[in-house]
Write a protein that binds this ligand. Structure first.
Ligand SMILES: Nc1ncnc2c1ncn2[C@@H]1O[C@H](COP(=O)(O)OP(=O)(O)OP(=O)(O)O)[C@@H](O)[C@H]1O
Length: 633
């Protein structure tokens, strides 16, 4: 037998032989020195390694995902604790700066600290406490920074409500919508949701959006296609009904809900809703100040695991109607009605928040449309953030005191004032510790996500490589095994012109990647080539003594494994020639393991495992391959 299939080893002559100007007339296979080259075994070796690497990467990805899941649960827990310790209903105050058209008084009626506001009017000093006060110089970014944590909470499955409250002209719309240059909370929050969702590797998150307006107790769909109708008709036809399902989840019948796949789409719909709101009121005395505008983002969060449920949560961003006391300003007619409606719903909202804050048994949600809609988002599992806006003007002091009093009710119980100094310090310490734990967990999550991303990329690359390798490998076997004898002839023949090399190079381009030579194998091959060149003279004389390739030593190609071996043994030198960029002609020959080469090298090793080299380094390397090859037998 010429080739021992079990040994997976083939002795081939090296391409440099072709440079020895072998006469074309030389019919019988040219006896050449037998040089073992391990390039024939590298592909098998690499494929095995590829498979091993894939299975180890798959294991790592699973492990990382489970670690990420438990860290994510921990992060959720810690965040929830922080929000609960700070208070699930938080009230901030934002003081509007003086506008260019306004005159600054010598003694400003409103002064403020980091968490309190003091109003002086007619010799009376009133102080109000808040979770945070945003001064006149506070930017949109500063405000958003405080809102950000509860957005994370919305993504974690909690219903969240952000409300802008205050007298007309104090900056509610500026805080919620902002301008193109200074975007407000709503566009920033939507962007942040998309950002956060894109980094969530354990869940797939999708969003839908709805916008509506409550005016005089009627609900108007701001994203409806019917908005082309004139304002009055539209409001009449869009009086939507509020439904509560058995689980207590609130739904508004017929309200348009658009799927938003990215921030650009969400922004487009948001702007559309705002436009509809502002244009529909142009004939009605800027009544937009006397309506509430509600934007709802519904979050659908589904785990990657099989059978995992979809969690649904809502983020409400609400620009409330102006809170001024229209009844006391002598308003009449429609303005009076609007004022009544607004005051009713705002006071109902105040009652609900106060009841929740006091953890009172009964929460009066049914007293207004606004509180009915927000029933499932103002509850115990929800997070509420109210931003009270006040004016710095002297003329507005009365309204300022009213607005501040409204929120005083809302935060009467959990406020710091009710706590002793010791308890207050303890609470602050606990919050700091939790925040530290949160940062640490987030940092660990980030590292795991990075590694997970790397591992997934690596895994997908390796899988592609293995797939290509298999396909090409199978194709190669089919093509070449069809006519093995021709193949033998082809490899035995000495190409006459460079055209032949081009052809070879082209065909070798189809050689599977795992069959291409590695850096190490190319190095070994180069060393072997050098060795051959140095010995070319002695080789010439020796060749004559070599045994001719006999028919009894021909290959049996009925065995598929032998075919595979053959194919690999051919493909590799071809590719090596291509890689080297030299027009070398691979003049490969398959030699019998029993070739009489004893006269070349006196060695006890079987000929198939014999390596010729005078260089000790090469010998050492090749010895290693001898060992490896013998271990395959
Ligand atoms: N923090 C701020 N910085 C700069 N300008 C502000 C700020 N707050 C409000 N303004 C400006 O004050 C004016 C009134 O603000 P805005 O319209 O937002 O008030 P509003 O409370 O929403 O009024 P309405 O109830 O009528 O809708 C706007 O011109 C706005 O640009």
């Amino acid at each position: 037998m010429l080739i021992s299939a079990e040994k997976e080893e083939i002795l081939i002559s090296q391409s440099p032989v072709s440079s020895m100007s072998v006469p074309e007339s030389f019919e019988s296979p040219q006896p050449v020195p037998l040089v073992y080259t391990d390039v024939t075994v590298v592909p098998e070796h690499e494929r095995n390694e590829l498979e091993k690497s894939i299975s180890s990467l798959e294991g790592e990805v699973l492990e990382l995902k489970s670690k990420l899941k438990s860290l994510d649960e921990k992060r959720r827990e810690v965040l929830n604790k922080i929000i609960d310790t700070k208070g699930s209903i938080r009230v901030f105050c934002r003081v509007r700066p003086f506008l260019l058209t306004e005159r600054r008084p010598i003694r400003e009626p409103v002064s403020f600290g980091s968490d309190n506001v003091v109003v002086r009017s007619a010799g009376v000093r009133k102080e109000f406490e808040f979770d945070k006060v945003f001064h006149q110089s506070a930017t949109q970014e500063d405000v958003f920074g405080e809102v950000k944590p509860i957005l994370r909470s919305a993504l974690d499955g909690h219903n969240v409500c952000v409300l802008a409250y205050g007298q007309t002209g104090t900056g509610k719309t500026f805080t919620m919508d902002g301008t193109n240059e200074q975007p407000g909370l709503a566009p920033r929050a939507i962007k942040e949701l998309f950002n956060e969702a894109s980094t969530d590797h354990a869940h797939s998150v999708t969003f839908t959006m709805s916008m509506l307006e409550i005016y005089m107790g009627n609900l108007k769909d701001l994203l409806s296609a019917r908005q082309s109708l004139r304002s009055n008709e539209a409001s009449a036809k869009c009086n939507l009904n509020i439904q509560v399902d058995s689980k207590g989840s609130v739904e508004i019948e017929g309200l348009t809900e658009v799927e938003v796949s990215d921030f650009a789409k969400a922004r487009w719909w948001y702007n559309k809703g705002r436009r509809v709101r502002s244009t529909s009121w142009t004939n009605v005395n800027e009544a937009s100040s006397r309506s509430h505008c509600l934007t709802r983002i519904t979050i659908f969060r589904r785990g990657d695991g099989v059978g995992s449920k979809t969690e649904v949560s809502k983020l409400w961003m609400i620009d409330l109607g102006g809170s001024e006391r229209l009844l006391k300003t002598g308003a009449i007619g429609q303005t009076l009605d609007e004022g009544r409606a607004i005051n009713l719903s705002l006071s109902a909202l105040g009652d609900v928040i106060a009841a929740l804050r006091r953890k009172k048994g009964h929460v009066p949600y049914r007293n207004s449309k606004l509180t009915q809609i927000l029933k499932d988002s103002l509850g115990t599992r929800s997070k509420v953030l109210m931003l009270v806006h006040i004016s710095p003007r002297d003329e507005d002091v009365g309204e300022t005191v009213c607005s501040l009093s409204f929120t005083k009710r809302a935060r009467a119980v959990d406020s710091n004032r009710g706590l002793t100094e010791e308890l207050r310090k303890l609470r602050e310490k606990k919050i700091l510790e939790l925040e530290e734990e949160m940062r640490d967990t987030q940092e660990r999550c980030k590292k795991i996500i990075m590694r997970l991303h790397e591992a997934e990329c690596q895994l997908s690359d390796n899988k592609k490589l293995l797939q290509t390798t298999h396909e090409k490998y199978e194709e190669g076997i089919e093509e070449r095994v069809l006519s093995p004898i021709n193949h033998l002839k082809e490899t035995d023949a000495t190409p006459k012109s460079s055209d032949k090399h081009v052809k070879i190079s082209k065909s070798s381009g189809n050689v599977p990647r795992f069959m291409t030579s590695t850096v190490t194998s190319r190095l070994r091959q180069t060393m072997s080539e050098k060795e051959i060149n140095a010995r070319s003279q002695s080789i010439r004389s020796v060749t004559k003594t070599l045994t001719q390739f006999s028919t009894s030593q021909s290959l049996s190609l009925s065995d598929t494994r032998s075919r595979g071996l053959l194919r690999r043994s051919y493909a590799k030198p071809l590719q090596a020639a291509t890689n080297s960029g030299t027009p070398e002609t691979p003049k490969s020959e398959i030699k019998d393991t029993s070739l009489k080469t004893k006269n070349i090298h006196d060695t006890s090793l079987p000929r198939s495992k014999m390596v010729t080299s005078s260089d000790s380094n090469v010998r050492a390397k090749l010895c290693y391959h001898r060992r490896r090859m013998s271990s395959l037998t």
